[in-house]
Design a protein around this ligand. Structure first.
Ligand SMILES: [Zn+2]
Length: 224
């Protein structure tokens, strides 16, 4: 077995042309008459050393990159575990939330129903009380108004009856006065007739006096 001069991977000579790891040319030098010049061999050794340094540098870079990758991978694994934990916690919280929301909703619904039922019955009884009070108040008001109106009508009726009686009394008084006026005019014409008769009487008296005077004078002349 031989080793790759650059990366030291083992290989079987004359079976492979290049290293399976670093790709270095592994074919033997062609046979040269008189041997390989020493200057060429030195140059070749320097080239191999440079390739080996490049290979080792790249290997160390690969190792640090692999270390970084494994570090990142472990971080990724940890993050994945945390995310799984978060997801589990989240689904548990969601189901708890749903349960709490469902319980709260049904509790709120029953509370709302109880409050609505109480308010309704309270409103109904208040309505009944108000209606009953209003009805009895209206009834007593109607009774008071009817009673007042009745007594006012009765007193008005009495006043009208009293005024009617006074009116008929006045009518009979007017009739009596008219009748008395007629009697008075009859009396006046009688008085006038009496006055006229009185004048005729006084005329008769003066005639009687004149006749008596003439008669006296006549008797006296006869006596002479
Ligand atoms: Zn190699």
């Amino acid at each position: 077995m031989a080793k790759c001069p650059v990366c030291e991977t083992e290989y079987t000579p004359n079976e492979v042309e290049t290293c399976s790891v670093c790709g270095y040319d592994l074919t033997p030098y062609p046979p040269v008459i008189g041997g390989i010049p020493s200057g060429f061999l030195e140059k070749e050794k320097k080239r191999i050393a440079a390739a080996k340094r490049v290979w080792q540098l790249s290997q160390s870079q690969v190792k640090s990159a692999q270390l970084m990758v494994s570090h990142l991978q472990s971080q990724l694994d940890e993050m994945t575990r945390k995310i799984d934990g978060f997801t589990t916690t989240q689904s548990r919280l969601e189901s708890q939330n749903e349960a709490i929301a469902s319980q709260s909703l049904s509790r709120l619904e029953s509370q709302v129903e109880a409050i609505a039922s109480q308010s309704l019955s309270r409103l109904e009884s208040q309505n009944e009380a108000i209606a009953s009070q209003s009805l009895s108040r209206l009834e007593s008001q109607v009774e008071a108004i009817a009673s007042q109106s009745l007594s006012r009508l009765e007193s008005q009726n009495e006043a009208i009856a009293s005024q009617s009686q006074s009116l008929s009394r006045l009518e009979s008084q007017i009739e009596a006065i008219a009748s008395q006026s007629q009697s008075l005019s009859r009396l006046e014409s009688q008085v006038e007739a009496i006055a006229s008769q009185s004048q005729s009487l006084s005329r008769l008296e003066s005639q009687v006096e004149a006749i008596a005077s003439q008669s006296n004078r006549y008797h006296a002349r006869i006596a002479e």
